[in-house]
Design a binder for this molecule. Structure first.
Ligand code: AMP
Ligand code: GLY
Length: 424
């Protein structure tokens, strides 16, 4: 079978890599893909949704998989389904679970899915007045897609009001900020649980944990994710069961009941509070960098699982996991996340791979036969191990072989997970 993956980052490289391992898959295309994916996929420089559909028809692609949320919010899934082509990813209507925070919060409220208490505002003055009556910290979110940056955790009423004004009046996030969601601050540790979903059945993947801040000890500004590990020890079997029964299955049922069943990867971003797991956000696609640690642990045929999701025949038996752990350390370029520098020559990739690390490219380009940086997040160095410590040590051993001018990374990926295991 021929498979097409939409996107070009580390998550998409991991998707292509895992799909290429499926016995039935003879060819993997990536649109637009990248030079770094050529080990497993053929990049195809196609831009518009119409052209993507034409390409899939022309090449007789059997399954198309969406990486980023943007193409889903624009309705690529609907186009493919209307044309009778298999597509792993939700419809435009179902993608609102990520694309509109107001929509997601309303759905959770209606179906009693645990999340932070909230209010939605479209009037700036009302929002500004409301924040003065609240407890702090308080969380202010732009309603629409803001590339993970539309969230302000305000410590004072002044900060909260400034955030409201900036989002609603200054349009810091364009039209994404014309509606704001203001919600209660949840205390706890964050974790992610992604799930395969066929519209009615969900099968959760193993848990994982992202590291969103740029610097060690969760300091500095937010990024696209500086590393991850899976499974996350904070997610005990009891908590996983609670997430499945109180969050993922109810969300899947709610989407079906509302008339837009969810087909694809449903991602629950969770806060593990004293009252149990609560939803921070839903995403309508695989997480990045969570995918880079979850897929290497999958001991099953990803193409088959995805086809079963598309056909509505997903079953628990499709999804099996390897023992042990995976750790991903993200290597970023100089200046990230405020900006980034491109064109720096990368050395040591082969040495890291010889140690048994696997490398997923996020932002690289090939220039005169050598990989150079071409983005903020550049590489994911991934290692598996029987223990979390072993996986972590191996990933960092791989990192130590790689170099370029201005390379930066966190030194404490998986530290929280190790702490949980040691306190047991
Ligand atoms: P979001 O874009 O909704 O995932 O929010 C980005 C980040 O802000 C999350 O990963 C959390 O670290 C933090 N955050 C969002 N909402 C809350 C909340 N209600 N309480 C505490 N932290 C939050
Ligand atoms: N890891 C966060 C995200 O994919 O949104």
């Amino acid at each position: 079978m021929k498979v097409l993956v939409i996107g070009s980052g580390g998550r998409e490289h991991a998707l292509c890599w895992k799909l290429a391992q499926s016995p039935a898959v003879e060819k993997v295309y990536a649109i637009p893909g990248s030079d770094g994916m050529r080990d497993v996929a053929t990049p195809v420089p196609v831009a518009s949704q119409e052209d993507i559909l034409d390409f899939a028809r022309l090449m007789q692609v059997d399954l198309t998989v969406a990486g980023p949320e943007t193409v889903l919010a624009e309705g690529l899934g609907d186009r493919f389904r209307d044309a009778g082509l298999a597509f792993f990813g939700p419809s435009q209507a179902a993608a609102r679970i990520e694309g509109s925070k107001g929509f997601a919060k309303e759905l959770m409220k209606k179906y009693h899915i645990p999340t932070a208490a909230y209010q939605t505002f479209t009037d700036e003055e009302e929002a500004a007045a409301y924040v003065k009556t609240q407890k702090f910290p308080l969380v202010i979110k732009a309603d629409g897609l803001a590339a993970g940056k539309g969230v302000v955790i305000a410590q004072t009423a002044e900060e909260a009001e400034a955030a409201v004004r900036e989002m609603m009046e200054g349009r810091a996030f364009g039209t994404a900020g014309t509606t704001v969601v203001i919600e209660e601050f949840m205390e706890g540790e964050e974790a992610s649980v992604l799930a395969f979903c066929d519209g009615k059945t969900i099968v959760p993947m193993i848990s994982s944990q992202d590291h969103k801040r740029i610097r060690d000890n969760d300091e500095g500004p937010n990024t696209g994710g500086m590393g991850a590990y899976a499974p996350a020890p904070v997610m005990t079997p009891d908590l996983m069961q609670a997430v499945r029964e109180k969050i993922l299955q109810p969300a899947c049922d709610a989407m079906a009941a509302e008339g837009y069943p969810f087909v694809g990867c449903l991602y629950a971003g969770l806060m593990i509070t004293d009252e149990g797991p609560k939803v921070v956000e839903f995403n309508c696609r695989f997480g990045d960098p969570e995918t880079e640690v979850v897929l290497p642990m999958l001991d099953a045929d990803l193409a088959e699982i995805m086809m079963h999701c598309v056909e509505g025949t997903l079953s628990e038996d499709d999804v099996r996991w390897k023992d042990g752990y995976a750790v991903d350390v993200v290597l970023a370029s100089e200046g990230y996340p405020a900006g980034h520098t491109d064109g720096d020559a990368i050395t040591g990739l082969e040495e890291a791979e010889q140690l048994g690390c696997h490398i997923f490219h996020a932002g690289t380009k090939k220039k005169s036969g050598q990989f150079v940086t071409a983005g903020g997040r550049v590489l994911n160095v991934v290692a598996r191990g029987a223990t979390l410590r072993e996986a972590r040590d191996k990933a960092y051993e791989g990192v130590s072989r790689i170099q370029w001018r201005g390379m930066q990374y966190r030194h404490d990926i998986a530290a929280k997970g190790l702490k949980h295991l040691e306190s047991k």
